[in-house]
Write a protein that binds this ligand. Structure first.
Ligand code: SF4
Length: 283
């Protein structure tokens, strides 16, 4: 066992049940920066929290695991406390798998399964890959929610463990995407095309932020890209809200959307209509 694992083994914590809206701060101060992290064996991983009973993160009733680490910086992020690994808890993968085993009979009975979200799941491909493999061996439906920015890290074997990919396409216009996330759109589109070539079931998510992502041309660009993809089962339009604003303040990070209103029902209806007019199933 490497020295780092010996040291960390003495600092093992319990996987934190809670809510995606709970603030996590500095729980693993010695963790590497997300961009320097090498998730080789996946024996341990950094976890924000897990929720049970969600009906929003895939079909049926879900156990949703939120992992730490994200390379994007979305202006509207509800969980900026998942950007850095150091804010999560370092957990042995076996502990997650054991806990999953306890929930598996109920999840199977409720036609649900496991969804891993974040943060960005593909920062920790070895850790999350082991959990997904275990979930499949327990007979569970499996899903990840991802921005797709690190899609190239997911091997075909990794993707084979997935029944569903919930793919956030945060904008269709590359400049808007960069303004919204500080990253490039192209890797996400490449990942979407790869999933389409595999015929992997996908739900696309689009976060609707007034004044940032709501431009009709920006929405039309997402719709035009998605409409021909036969593997996309639905487009979900997520209206922006201010629920995560308190986290930015608590973490001392400048929040630029203080004056942005929630997306109105009329705006949501217009955008859903744009997707439907383009030939997408949208809700
Ligand atoms: S990809 Fe998700 S976790 Fe990462 S910054 Fe964007 S909204 Fe936040």
């Amino acid at each position: 066992m490497p020295a780092s694992e010996t040291k960390s083994a003495s600092a093992v914590a319990e996987i934190p049940e809670g809510s995606r809206h709970d603030l996590r701060h500095d729980l693993s101060p010695d963790a590497p920066e997300t961009e320097n992290y090498s998730d080789e064996a996946g024996a341990f991983g950094y976890v924000h929290s897990y929720e049970t009973g969600s009906r929003l993160d895939g079909p049926g009733v879900r156990l949703t695991l939120f992992v730490s680490g994200c390379p994007l910086r979305c202006q509207y992020c509800h969980n900026p406390d998942t950007w850095h690994l150091k804010h999560g808890v370092r957990i042995p993968v076996e502990q997650v798998i054991t806990r999953l085993g306890h929930f598996a009979p109920a999840l199977r009975a409720m036609q649900g399964g496991l969804t891993i979200s974040g943060g960005e799941v593909l920062v920790q491909t070895a850790f999350t890959g082991r959990i997904l493999r275990a979930a499949k061996s327990l007979g569970l439906h499996t899903a990840i929610e991802t921005s797709g920015f690190l899609g190239a890290r997911a091997t075909d074997e990794y993707l084979q463990q997935l029944d569903l990919v919930i793919l956030d396409i945060k904008s269709g216009d590359p400049e808007t995407y960069r303004r919204a996330t500080q990253r490039d759109l192209e890797p996400t589109l490449r990942f979407a095309a790869r999933l389409a070539a595999m015929n992997k079931p996908v739900w696309v998510r689009f976060t609707l932020v007034p004044g940032l992502t709501d431009d009709p041309a920006n929405v039309a660009a997402v719709a035009k890209f998605v409409a021909p993809l036969k593997n996309v089962e639905v487009v979900e339009v997520l209206p922006f809200h201010q629920l995560g604003a308190f986290k930015w303040k608590a973490l001392g990070v400048e929040y630029t959307l203080n004056d942005t209103p929630p997306a109105s029902p009329e705006l949501v209806a217009r955008v859903i209509g744009q997707f439907r007019d383009a030939g997408c199933k949208a809700r």
